[in-house]
Design a protein around this ligand. Structure first.
Ligand code: FMN
Length: 200
């Protein structure tokens, strides 16, 4: 048995807590989230504090931090409009999507700058991008402020999936080539898989 170390996250700096947790809680799927600002700018950014919450009802979650207690454009737009599109990230689009993580002023579109192609959504007023093989049109169900030592340092958004868009090959059963986030600036592809039968 290896020796276990006990760490109190309250005694780590926020940076060290982030580094440790994001290095060990892997792999994390990546959501590329498009939102619309009040002035009509289509905003896009990647988020790996992201997962499926429930299939009935179909819910997903994205957590966005508030650096120095200020909203990122994604948070402000989700709170104001109550709508957003979550795209999954694959080997073909990961580099363009990484470009969108640049910190641009809220009236500049990261989507335009990264050469991604906007396309209208079916049931919400926020455009999607064409480059992702899987996307979900979402409406906001819950916005939970994340408090730490008396300060709100992030928001957990739970979105209801109103439409699922898949490219035809994936719809017919082909596996998507999705990528996941590891620690630091590392990413992973899905590696070796295996089957395990569940006991009856
Ligand atoms: C792969 C990847 C994953 C990220 N995950 C998160 C995350 O889960 N939460 C977060 O607040 N920021 C995350 N970021 C940083 C945001 O994408 C970045 O702050 C972005 O500029 C926010 O854009 P906005 O101001 O347009 O909302 C991530 C960045 C990358 C490249």
């Amino acid at each position: 048995m290896s020796i276990m170390k006990s760490i109190d996250p309250n005694k780590l700096t926020p940076k060290d807590t982030y580094r440790l947790l994001t290095r060990v809680l892997v792999p994390r799927p990546i959501a590329f989230v498009s939102t619309l600002s009040e002035d009509g700018t289509l905003n896009g950014a990647p988020f790996s504090f992201f997962n499926l919450v429930s299939s009935t009802p179909p819910l997903l979650s994205v957590a966005v931090n508030r650096p120095d207690e200020a909203f990122k454009d994604t948070s402000r737009n989700i709170r104001e409009r109550g709508e957003f599109v979550v795209h999954l990230v694959d080997l073909d689009n990961v580099e363009a999507i990484n470009e969108t993580a640049a910190n641009l002023p809220s009236d500049e579109s990261e989507i335009e700058r990264s050469g991604l192609t906007p396309t209208p959504s079916e049931v919400i007023g926020v455009d999607a991008i064409k480059e992702s093989p899987i996307r979900f049109e979402c409406t906001l169900k819950h916005a939970i402020p994340l408090e730490n030592h008396g300060r709100v340092q992030g928001d957990l958004f739970i979105g209801k999936i109103e439409r699922i868009h898949l490219n035809e090959e994936i719809d017919k059963g082909k596996d998507p080539k999705l990528v996941a986030r590891l620690g630091g600036e590392e990413y992973a592809e899905i590696g070796k898989t295996f089957t395990l039968r569940r006991p009856k």
